[in-house]
Design a protein. Structure first.
Lengths: 154, 395
């Protein structure tokens, strides 16, 4: 495998692993996928107010606190499952932009499943000591009417 | 002999201190509310910043009717029924936009921004009947604004907006009305619950005990009393806030960022103020940011809720980011509190439809401490007055 192909594969692996860790609610491992100054963003465009909105923008420290509190909340008990499409990777040296379409399905305790959100990840990643990490993990949500709100990242 | 516990036995309380849960589930009562409440009251429809420039418009629902809110070329905001005078198609089909006029997509009748009928397609066809265009403008809806909040009513005979609001307006006139604000956040959800349960959730304060963030930052949640007091005003409106002193949210205690920076006029740093207007507008202010909840009831157990977040128009990027962060921390769709509130009101609706517990108790009396139920009782007094029946006995 060429170095370029290996980078492509590593970037895709990061995106898929991110989704797997969220589905498993392994938040400690999920936060470690961010660079020291990495940011998680959830954005959407409102046709009502005709502007882009930031629904969440959190640095690593804030994410860490938020996710440590998850089990203190009364929260939605449905299982979430991410389905992530093949990421488009654009490598530029030790940095890359990675775009991936995604869907999140929500399955209730009785087994009923429904689409929860669909959209795109528009990520910026950087290579640190051979490991790719997020400098910006950005969710662009197409879905704006959510069936249940969430204490966990998308 | 053991007494049988029956969930349909009326509580041994004054009639003002409990509710029959069928007001939250019954389809006939829901239909009656549309006619007797929503078609009669002033309802918040949007913020002035959503129709900032001449030609800017919003399409909204009021009591099941589609309404256009539009800023005219003269700067005045007007509202109209969104129905073409020709064959009754909807004239505006987008939630928002900017236009020089409105053209019905079906047969191309065109209207000006003041609602006047400007033109009809193939006008010669009406020569024989001398069609009077001046009488065929869009049908107007009464519309008034206060502190940037635009209200509409379907009732031509309704009192002026300021009279409808009364003294409760004192709670929001300064923070919302003395600096120009703009909406930076909008999201919505269809909650599987009755609309009044969402209003109740924002009105009664002791469910703060549900929220881990509130347990950590609001000393009074677990304490006996609070320096904040309920404000009960006429016509079912209420709120709670403090006149000064200790009524601050202790964000640091919860490890959260402060809301003091950029506090709105009249607000203390880290103050919390809650105002609930009958029947369905909730104004929440956390010092430097405003949240507005508006509801569109869809059925006894379905409610569309719109959430808006507002900051100061002209904020630089840094200040806007501070306000957005403070808003999202508690009130965004991934905020600390909102997901829990939604779970609570949807749980109530499911259980009420099972009808195994017929009554809700609103009997706390605590001298207007925020954990008093006096504001809920005032709200349902107004509901009973408008509906012509007791919310406790349905008689």
């Amino acid at each position: 495998m060429t170095a370029a192909a290996a980078d492509q594969e590593a970037a895709r692996d990061l995106v898929l692993r991110t989704a797997m860790l969220l589905d498993a609610e392994d938040f400690d491992a999920w936060v470690k996928l961010f660079d020291e100054d990495g940011i998680y963003e959830l954005t959407a465009y409102s046709t009502e107010i005709r502007r882009w909105m930031t629904w969440q923008s959190s640095d690593r420290m804030t994410l860490d606190k938020m996710l440590k509190e998850v089990n203190e909340h009364v929260r939605d008990t449905a299982q979430r499952r991410h389905i992530v499409g093949m990421p488009l990777v654009e490598i530029d040296g030790n940095a890359a932009r990675v775009r991936s379409n995604f869907s999140v399905f929500r399955t209730l305790a009785d087994g009923q499943s429904a689409l929860y959100m669909t959209g795109q990840y528009d990520d910026h990643i950087v290579r640190r000591s051979g490991v790719w990490l997020y400098t910006l993990h950005k969710v662009i949500a197409d879905t704006r009417i959510l069936d249940s709100f969430t204490h966990t990242p998308i | 002999m053991v007494d049988v516990i029956d969930g349909h036995t009326k509580p041994q309380l004054p009639e003002t201190h409990y509710l029959d849960n069928r007001i939250f589930t019954d389809a006939d009562i829901f239909a009656e509310e549309q006619e007797k409440i929503f078609a009669k009251v002033w309802q918040f429809v949007c913020h002035e910043s959503e129709v900032e420039k001449p030609g800017d418009f919003r399409r909204v629902q009021v009591a099941g009717k589609s309404i256009i809110v539009v800023r005219g070329p003269d700067g005045a905001v007007r509202s109209f029924h969104n129905v073409c005078r020709h064959r009754a198609a909807e004239v505006v089909r987008e939630d928002a936009g900017s236009a020089r006029g409105f053209t019905c997509f079906y047969h191309h009748w065109t209207y000006g921004l003041k609602g006047e009928l400007r033109g009809v397609a193939k006008p010669d066809g009406y020569d024989a009947v001398q069609l009077d265009k001046s009488a065929l403008g869009l049908v107007p809806v009464r519309c008034e604004a206060i502190a940037g909040l635009i209200f509409a009513t379907l009732d031509e005979g309704a009192e002026p907006l300021r009279d409808f609001l009364g003294d409760i307006a004192k709670g929001f006139l300064e923070p919302l009305g003395t600096v120009p604000l703009e909406v930076f956040h909008f999201h919505k959800a269809i909650l599987k619950t009755n609309w009044k349960l969402w209003q109740d959730n924002n009105s009664e304060r002791y469910h703060s005990i549900l929220h881990v963030a509130n347990r950590k930052t609001l000393a009074w949640v677990l304490g006996k009393t609070s320096p904040m007091k309920l404000r009960i005003e006429a016509k079912g409106h209420s709120g709670y806030w403090a006149d000064g002193g200790e009524a601050l949210v202790d964000y640091a205690k919860g490890g959260y960022s402060s809301g003091a920076e950029g506090a709105l006029p009249g607000m203390q740093g880290d103050e919390m103020r809650v105002i609930n207007l009958f029947p369905d507008l909730m104004i929440n202010i956390r010092s430097n940011v405003v949240r507005l909840d508006r509801m569109v009831p869809l059925g006894p157990d379905r409610t569309l809720v719109e959430w808006r977040g507002l900051g100061v128009k002209g904020d630089d990027d840094k200040m806007r980011a501070v306000r957005i962060r403070q808003h999202n921390l508690f009130w965004g769709p991934t905020g600390r509190n909102l997901p829990e509130d939604v779970l609570a009101v949807e749980s109530q609706s499911r259980a009420m439809h099972a009808d195994k517990v017929r009554y809700s108790i609103i009997a706390r009396e605590e001298d207007l401490n925020p954990t008093d139920d006096a504001n809920i009782r005032a709200y349902y007094r107004e509901w009973g007055k408008r509906m012509g029946k007791s919310p406790a006995t349905l008689a």
